[in-house]
Structures are given as C-alpha cells and as structure tokens.
Design a binder for this molecule. Structure first.
Ligand code: CA
Length: 232
C-alpha cells in the first residue's frame, strides 16, 4: 500500500514535476487543478498527505486549508507559498498547515519534507512509501510477513483478523465503517455475512492484541460509525 498524495496546483508544469518526482518514489499521486476540486478530493478520498499551493483560481489555498480542517480531515498538509507575506499568513493564521515551502523550491527538498511529514503522522509505515512495518507502542505489525507481535510475544491472528488490523493500522485515525471493512474483506474471503460479523472479528482481534479488550488502546470504537486504529 503506497501512501496516497494529493497535489493541489493549477500550474500544469509545477504539478506535473511534483507528481513525477513523487511517483518515482513509489507514491500514489493525484492532482487537483483548482481549490474546489482539491477540497472535494481531499475530503472525499482522504489522501495520506496534501501538497497545497496557495495561489489557485477560485477559492485559494488558505480557504481550502481552512475548509479541509473544518471538515475534520487531519492528514498532513504542506503548503506551497510564493511570497513572504503568504508565509506570514500560513504561520500567523494557524490554519492547520503542517509545513510550508516557498517557491521556487527544489524537488529534493520537497521530497524530504514530505517523507518527514508522513513519518511524523503515520510512523514507520511511511518510510518506504509503502511501508512494511507498522509500530504503535509495543505492537508491531509486519505487513509483508503478516506477523504481529506485542513486544517479543508473537500473536497469532486469523486471516480475517489480520486483514482488519492491516486496514485499520495502515491509516491510524482513519475511521472505517463496518460496511467499509466488510467490503474490503470481500476480496479476501467469500463473505456473505452482515456487518455484525465485523464486530465479532474485532472482538476476537482485541482479545488477542489488547491488554484490556473492554478498554482498547489500539483498535478503537468510534461510536455510531465504526472502528479506527489509535493515532500516536
Ligand atoms: Ca498556483
């Protein structure tokens, strides 16, 4: 699972340059060419990270940033500015930008900022733009070897339990509805089950990985919505 990145930039050449560089690194990259489109994709698809230019036709980057945060989206956002007064605004308004770069910038600098933001937000998963191992406290999930440990203790999960954990832990904080999880598992198992099945699998999963399944520290219930893996 490569990290997904959305670039919101109307200047074609700039957007393409960034997109190409990120794709070379293995990221899954989308481009939006206006503020409206960027806002729509950022809130609907919840990419792992957004690169947001301030100067856009229609609603500008500041407004996109404000509205994305107002919609409750928490992914890291790196803002591209062109002038010092824009930098002042990014910092001064506290709109929820995680980092900024002033144009012109080098792609290498942008890449290193992006990697740092992904690492800060998602932990080791983001290290190789696709991540192999997720760590949260002493819980270690090796996605390739399909191995789960608490400290040195190996935990044996059923394939379904592992898949649920894998999806949740790949994007800490992202809330998955039961329907969504069921849909994701359909590829994996011939499930003609209803959403309550998910509750059963989650409860078994918790018994195996949580210290206190009644008060989970990893797989959290989001009441009335579904489940989410704990953010750091
Ligand atoms: Ca622009």
């Amino acid at each position: 699972m490569a990290a997904t990145i959305l670039i919101v930039e109307d200047e074609h050449a700039v957007a393409r340059g960034i997109q190409y560089a990120l794709q070379q690194e293995g990221y899954d990259v989308g481009v939006a060419r206006s503020g409206e489109e960027g806002l729509e994709i950022a809130t609907r698809e919840a990419p792992d990270l957004v690169v947001l230019d301030v100067r856009l036709p229609g609603i500008d980057g500041f407004e996109v940033l404000r509205r994305v945060r107002a919609a409750g989206a928490k992914m890291p956002i790196l803002v591209l500015t062109a002038r010092d007064d824009e930098v002042d605004k990014v910092i001064g308004l506290e709109l929820g930008a995680d980092d900024y770069l002033t144009k012109p910038f080098g792609l290498r600098e942008l890449l290193s900022r992006i990697k740092a933001l992904l690492r800060r937000s998602y932990g080791d998963l983001a290290d190789a733009a696709g991540g192999r191992v997720v760590r949260h406290r002493d819980l270690v999930i090796d996605l390739e070897r399909r191995r789960v440990q608490r400290g040195a203790r190996r935990i044996s999960l059923t394939p379904t339990e592992f898949e649920i954990l894998r999806h949740l832990a790949s994007r800490p904080g992202r809330v998955y509805t039961r329907g969504e999880l069921l849909e994701l598992l359909r590829d994996y198992e011939a499930l003609d089950q209803d959403e309550k099945t998910i509750n059963v699998h989650v409860s078994h999963l918790r018994e195996k990985i949580e210290d206190d399944p009644a008060s989970p520290a990893f797989v959290l219930t989001v009441r009335g919505v579904g489940y989410a893996f704990a953010e750091r």
